[in-house]
Design a protein around this ligand. Structure first.
Ligand code: SF4
Length: 420
């Protein structure tokens, strides 16, 4: 099967064997992968459990059981060794690993006749742009594409554009290109570019597209993009968000700041109680923020609403992040809980203030009051871990929270406030 790929050529990546992905993710395996791993003959001499203890059932009825790799006491995969390397890879080669491990940190999405490739910024090497160019990785990516993209992918319908409108693939990709063009200028602050995109996507949401297609749609997009550059001031001041906005934003950000390892998910009522207590304190927003993972310390909520600055070197990271997600269609449609493009971008834009809030929490946990680029980078590995992969983000409650903030017109102000 020949597949035409769109690669995120602005991004570099190679695996640096940090083992982080093997500590964070629960790896679901197919029945065929389960049988293959069980037949590999693992013994205590390999440093692993044996037999059925390698793989645990985690969901599904008796007639369609779902399995995942078992984990060690600290949440790491049973196959991760003391040096942070995969025992399956070391003993049987890369191709013997479960497909989920081989794909990470890539993500593949149908885009009409093409397939787009995006990356997950939960990987520190992706965030740091470390490694080979995507062109150098192209052969490996093509092999993975053949393994994950089903026959007939070109018949996948495009994501809905907005709640009321659907367009065909060529027109949807025109809108994607326009978003990417708005985000591209390297000399423009990312906060301004996000506000410009939100501004003109709001006009897209209010427009009718039944007679607007092809080059006429491109002309329309050019006009509203120009309007956005005139309407969004370059010199910006931020107003402190209202108490209602801050409560909605804290609850949204708490979801991004969580880390649900396999060990957390197995913690039973204690794990659920911990999350319930955290949700209560985040809703009230008084006193201290309860640490949602061990890297955070208790710090007063008020301290996190003081200006922490914005590191200039983080501009490149943010522009690359949003362009990779947009070019890779990694924010709407099948890649993101089937939400419409406009809603998906509103949600994507909210990752910016949410991540900066998490970065402030990391800095404050070390008694600092200014952000560093390292805080921002680490915070992005935390927030993007969930993007498109934690079911809660596609739930009615979470989507309603995003649409409430969008309807109140508060997303641009949150972007300004937390970039200060
Ligand atoms: S099987 Fe190997 S690559 Fe996959 S999570 Fe386990 S240690 Fe990591």
């Amino acid at each position: 099967m020949a597949i035409s790929l769109t690669l995120p050529t602005i991004q570099n990546w190679s695996c640096h064997n940090c083992g982080g992905c093997c500590r964070q993710h629960a790896i679901e395996v197919t029945e065929e992968e389960r049988q293959r791993i069980l037949s590999q003959g693992w013994t205590a001499n390999d440093g692993t459990p044996t037999g059925d203890a390698l793989i645990e059932r985690h969901a599904g009825p008796p007639w369609a059981k779902r399995y995942r790799l078992a984990h060690q006491a600290d949440g790491a995969c049973v196959f991760l060794n003391e040096q942070g390397l995969c025992r399956i890879h070391a003993k049987f080669g890369e191709a013997a690993k479960p497909l989920a491990c081989r794909i990470y940190p890539y993500a593949f999405h149908p885009a009409g006749k093409q397939v787009t490739v995006s990356l997950r910024f939960s990987c520190p090497s992706v965030v740091a742009n470390r490694g080979h160019s995507m062109k150098q990785n192209a052969d490996e990516i093509k092999q993975l594409t053949r393994a994950v993209v089903p026959e007939g992918h070109e018949r996948t319908p495009p994501p809905v554009l907005s709640k009321r409108q659907r367009v065909d693939w060529p027109d949807l990709l025109r809108v994607i290109d326009a978003i990417d063009a708005t985000l591209a200028p390297a000399n423009m602050p990312i906060g301004i570019k996000l506000q410009q995109t939100l501004f003109w996507l709001n006009l897209v949401e209010q427009s009718r597209f039944d007679k607007l297609s092809g080059t006429r749609l491109t002309e329309f997009l050019d006009i509203i993009r120009q309007a956005a550059t005139e309407e969004i001031p370059l010199a910006q001041t931020a107003e402190c968000p209202t108490p209602l906005t801050r409560m909605q934003f804290r609850l949204l950000t708490a979801q991004y700041a969580r880390k649900d390892t396999a060990a957390d998910l197995s913690a039973g009522w204690r794990g659920r109680w911990k999350l319930f207590r955290a949700a209560t304190t985040f809703a009230r927003g008084v006193g201290n923020a309860v640490p949602l993972q061990p890297i955070f310390r208790e710090v007063p909520f008020d301290a996190l609403d003081q200006p922490f600055g914005f590191p200039a070197e983080s501009e490149e990271l943010w522009t690359r992040y949003f362009r990779v997600k947009v070019q890779g269609l990694h924010f709407c449609g099948p890649a993101y809980y089937d939400v419409p493009l406009v809603e998906g971008f509103q949600n994507l834009a909210l990752i910016f203030p949410a991540t900066l809030w998490i970065a402030r929490w990391l800095a404050a946990s070390q008694n600092r009051t200014r952000l560093t680029h390292e805080d921002v980078s680490q915070a992005l590995t935390i927030s993007d871990h969930h993007h498109g992969y934690s079911p809660i983000f596609g739930s009615f409650g979470f989507r309603r929270r995003v649409s409430t903030l969008a309807q109140m017109g508060e997303i641009p102000n949150l972007i300004r406030w937390y970039a200060t």
